[in-house]
Design a protein around this ligand. Structure first.
Ligand SMILES: NC(=O)c1ccc[n+]([C@@H]2O[C@H](COP(=O)([O-])OP(=O)(O)OC[C@H]3O[C@@H](n4cnc5c(N)ncnc54)[C@H](OP(=O)(O)O)[C@@H]3O)[C@@H](O)[C@H]2O)c1
Length: 386
């Protein structure tokens, strides 16, 4: 059994643990008032005062607690408390996570470090300033992470007021209220803000480039971004792309699950091949966002898996990885008319977030294989899994 390597996170506690085995790790610690994040551990014991086993979201320590903290580490562990002696800051980040039951919100809930207060749609209506105010008064967060959005891209063309209410005006109110209270606001943007002038382009868009939305959804999301940047000085706006995650597989579905379902139901599936982007696994995006927001490097970022593909290529790879033989045929956007116009190329350049966090997200093919493995859709032994 090899010893776990512990690397102190560049910006703050806790550390990042990288391990390829399942060693037990014993850490001596002192508690000065915090919540222990236990997601990555299969069991946790704090002796002599408290103990817990998975799945637990956290254990609240009390000032003055001292003892021995024992961990059983799962192979996929990515985040662990700091090395010996373990003394964490009493001023722990208290995060209100809006959209907590959504696709990205669910993975952020697992990955964020701090005291996480999940806020779903039943607890907050972002279009209502009073609802935001009540939430902030009650939760008293030091940080708000907003993943809520109206993201029915085609429907937004016929419901522009609703899209704007959620993605623009609701976000404006949230940004104003966070800004005036000195709360850090983390907001999720979209690759769809690019498009105009992108036809024929085969390079990635950087954060410095001028956006050009081509749909109601994209325009409403861009306005939301601007409001966050204008009204809340301590902000992270993170644009991402083509999300798929486990949370969406049952309730709403996502592109990957839709393609697999169609491939099982139909003799052939046809998918557009003239829209390029980077499909991204919410688990990976959540991980890099969690790392970014422990810094004070506020600003605008892009965060996606790496590489780039057309939706046709993504569908073909998903079908192949699932061991299905259904033919996947490329078609043009003109052959599959949709109400909302979509970018021909919305590939995002992620160098900035990679530099700040010291992390790179894996290629989209590897992320897709990992996702399908988790959903049980990956054909065992399929070739080409990175
Ligand atoms: N999905 C993608 O491919 C994609 C691509 C690029 C960027 N993004 C952006 O990434 C973020 C997360 O996307 P996602 O795929 O995780 O979305 P999602 O699964 O639809 O989650 C959004 C969450 O927001 C909640 N919500 C919706 N309207 C609300 C409102 N008026 N007030 C309060 N909560 C509300 C939803 O609750 P209910 O479901 O209960 O209404 C849901 O839990 C969004 O900002 C989106 O624009 C997504």
């Amino acid at each position: 059994m090899s010893a776990p390597r512990i690397e102190r996170h560049r910006h703050s506690c806790p550390c990042v643990l990288k391990t390829d085995s399942e060693p037990a790790l014993v850490v001596r610690f002192s508690v000065v008032g915090f919540v222990v994040q236990t997601r990555a551990m299969s069991s946790v014991t704090i002796s002599p005062t408290r103990s817990a086993s998975s799945p637990v979201k956290g254990i609240t320590g009390h000032p003055g607690d001292t003892g021995k903290l024992s961990f059983s580490v799962s192979p996929e562990a990515t985040r662990m408390p700091s090395d010996t002696p373990w003394i964490l800051d009493a001023d722990m980040t208290r995060i209100a996570l809006i959209g907590a039951s959504g696709q990205l919100g669910t993975d952020l809930h697992r990955q964020l470090v701090g005291e996480i207060i999940p806020i779903d749609h039943t607890a907050l209506e972002i279009t209502q300033p009073d609802s935001i105010r009540t939430m902030l008064d009650t939760v008293v967060p030091t940080m708000v992470v907003n993943t809520a959005a109206y993201n029915l891209v085609d429907k937004a063309e016929s419901e522009p007021d609703t899209a704007m209410a959620v993605n623009a005006w609701g976000v404006k109110s949230l940004a104003e209220q966070c800004g005036s209270r000195g709360i850090t606001l983390v907001h999720i943007g979209t690759d769809f803000v690019f498009g105009l002038g992108g036809a024929g382009r085969n390079t990635a868009w950087t954060e410095e480039e001028a956006p050009g939305p081509e749909s109601v959804y994209a325009a409403s999301k861009l306005l939301g971004e601007y409001f966050v940047r204008s009204f809340c000085p301590q902000h992270f706006v993170i644009r991402t792309c083509g999300l798929y995650g486990r949370a969406a597989t049952k309730a709403k579905g996502n592109f990957v699950q839709t393609m697999l379902r169609l491939a099982r139901e139909r003799p052939e599936i046809k998918v557009v091949s003239d829209q390029r982007c980077v499909p991204s696994y919410t688990r990976d995006v959540a991980e890099i966002i969690a790392a970014l927001i422990t810094t004070k490097a506020y600003g605008l970022y892009h965060a996606t898996n790496s590489g780039g593909a057309s939706w046709y290529e993504v569908a073909r790879e998903a079908v192949r990885l699932a061991g299905l033989t259904t033919p996947v045929t490329p078609i043009t956007s003109a052959e599959f008319p949709a109400k909302a116009k979509r970018p021909a190329n919305s590939w995002l350049d992620c160098h900035k977030i990679e530099t700040v966090t010291g992390r790179t997200l894996r290629p989209w093919q590897a992320a897709l294989a990992a996702y399908l493995q988790e959903t049980g859709d990956l054909l065992s032994g399929v070739e080409g899994v990175i």
